[in-house]
Structures are given as C-alpha cells and as structure tokens.
Design a binder for this molecule. Structure first.
Ligand code: PYC
Length: 330
C-alpha cells in the first residue's frame, strides 16, 4: 500500500462531543498569527479538514483540532479547530479536549494538581486549567459580547423570528425554542434542525454579524435554541449547527455567548455560576470574570468548565488509490 497522507491523532470526547486532536502529519501551516494560519488553511488546505472529519474517517457531527507550534511567546501550543461546518475561530469543547490530550499524553509539562495550558487560537489566547484530581478543565475564553439584542428576521415557513446575536468565539443566534412552538425534545430534532438552518441562512443574508476587531470572524453558523433549565441547570440548549447537526456538548463558545447575552440583559452577574445543559443532558459550568472593552463595545471575560475523556489513539491514512481523497458526506 502507498500512503498519500498519514496523520497521527488522539481521539476524545468532551461531555459527549468528539474532538479528534491531530498531533502530527499536517506540518506547519504558514501564517504570522493563528488567525492568519486559519485563513491560509481554509484557502489552501481545507481538503485535510474534509479528509479527517468526513465519512468514512469521521461522521456528520465530527469535530477536531490540529496542533501547531504557537505564534506567540506566551502560548504552549497553537490550535486550528476543524469541523464538518468548517474551520472555527474558537471551539470550547475542542479546547477542553485538546487540554486533556496534551496533559494526559505528556505533551505539556504537568504540575499537580492544576496544569495551566496556554493555547494560541485564531480568536485569541485561551487558558485551560486542567485539574488532575477531577479531570475538570476550566477554560478562560476570549472576550464574549452581545452583538445585537431583540433582532428580527423573516424566515420562510416560520414568519418573523426574534433573536439575540452574541459572540463567544463564534456567533450565536439565541432564541427560546418555544417561540417556534416546538417542544424541547430529541424526538423533534429534525424540525428543530430544519428551523435552525433556515434561521441562520436568513440572518446571514440579511444581517450577517462580524467581529468588531477581526472582520474575518463573521457569519452565524450556530442557532442556540434555549429551554428553561431543570435539576440545577440554569438553561438547556439544542444547538443547531451548519450544515445540519447538533452539538452533543453544551457548547463552550455557545455557553460564553449565552452568558454575554444574559449579562447584557441584566440577568447574569459577574461571578455567578451558570450551568448550561446540552441536548443529551451533559453540562458545562460557566462564569463571567469581568467586563472589558472590545473596540467601542463592552465585553465580558467568560470561563467554562467541563470534562473530556480520551477514546482512542491512532493513525489516519489516505491510500493513494482511495477514490474518496476528501471523504464524503451524505
Ligand atoms: O464547544 O465551542 C464549542 C463548539 C462549537 C461548535 C461545536 N462545539
């Protein structure tokens, strides 16, 4: 057999959501910053993402992270986030997975009981504190902010939809699912997903959000349908993501966006815990540390805590004769 490509990987899941951490085989992507590397990767190397997340090596809700040397002296590793939806600026569940893999495989120097891993991400520096006693990873994310409150959009088949747009490393349209009259129930997943995809299409056509300091971070690929929390959770979500899947975790950047939205509405104070529950019942614990300026806006610095578990280690290969060199999706 002749291998056209050969990648080493450590697979994990964060509260149910996979992160395939690519530890070798990609090489160093050119770029002065991780944001530059992300754009270069999207333009010139996206076939690698497709090969690693699409079927048959991945699946319709696959997600991963490619390790890179950092581009800044205060970081231990650089990270590019890959998913079926594309190459994200930041990913919370992915960061929890990366920190767990780096510590558990000894790729960073481990200190007991807390190891701090400093990650250079396309959205900015993210710190991850790994607790070796509990496996809990607490990430200190980039500043999150409420981009627009009480926006409306006309959606075919749904009429006028009211939503808040918030950023937590990605942009999230946030609305209560009961606004659409759909029960918060996994048996309704097809209807919920179809509504989410239509809403993001119309928002991107009519009112596409962009980050105030980095216009390359733009567009809404996530619709966070919320429901009241239960059994100690403050909120639940069904996170509909382009091109058609749900986050299995409570969504790290989505939890940060939700906290920024609640803070802007005066419903979440600095220092208060916010427990967010996923569509499969797993939880992250979020908290806002402080307010900070972000261009001419006010943002908040969020933390999110959750756990990840390693599920496998392996090599992913591309045989030179494989008829699907970029995999496929159905
Ligand atoms: O955890 O930030 C997250 C995330 C983004 C997309 C899927 N998960």
């Amino acid at each position: 057999m002749r291998f056209a490509k050969y990648f080493s990987a450590v697979d994990s899941h964060t509260e149910g959501m996979p992160t395939r951490v690519i530890t070798g085989g990609v090489g160093v992507i050119p770029g002065e910053t991780m944001a530059d590397k992300r754009l270069n990767f999207i333009k010139n190397h996206d076939h690698i993402r497709r090969l690693l997340v699409n079927e048959p090596r991945g699946h319709a809700a696959m997600s991963g992270a490619i390790l890179q040397p950092p581009t800044r002296p205060d970081a231990d590793w650089g990270v590019l986030y890959i998913e079926v939806s594309g190459c994200l600026p930041m990913c919370g569940h992915g960061t929890i997975g990366v920190a767990t893999v780096l510590v558990e495989t000894g790729m960073v120097e481990v200190t007991e009981p807390i190891t701090t891993v400093r990650l250079d991400t396309p959205a900015g520096l993210v710190l991850a504190d790994y607790d070796t006693r509990t496996k809990l990873v607490t990430i200190r994310n980039v500043p999150a902010y409420a981009h627009e409150l009480d926006a409306t959009v006309q959606v075919p088949g749904l009429g006028e939809v009211r939503y808040d747009m918030a950023y937590g490393g990605n942009f999230y349209a946030i609305l209560p699912l009961d606004q659409l009259g759909i029960p918060f129930d996994r048996t309704e997943k097809d209807r919920i997903l179809a509504a989410g995809l239509s809403i993001m299409d119309e928002i991107n056509a009519a009112n596409r959000p962009a980050h105030p300091l980095d216009p390359a971070i733009n567009g809404c690929k996530h619709v966070q349908f919320t429901a009241p929390g239960q059994d100690g959770a403050h909120s639940r979500n069904a996170m509909a993501i382009h091109p058609g899947w749900f986050d299995r975790s409570p969504c790290g950047t989505g939890t940060c966006a939700r906290m920024a939205q609640l803070h802007a509405r005066g419903e979440l104070g600095i220092g208060a815990d916010f427990v967010n529950e996923s569509f499969i019942g797993t939880r992250f614990i979020g908290r806002l540390l402080e307010e900070v300026p972000l261009g001419d806006r006010t943002a908040v610095v969020p933390t999110v805590a959750g756990r990840a578990w390693i599920t496998g280690m392996g090599q992913y290969l591309l045989d030179a004769t494989d008829p699907f060199p970029e995999g496929f999706s159905l």
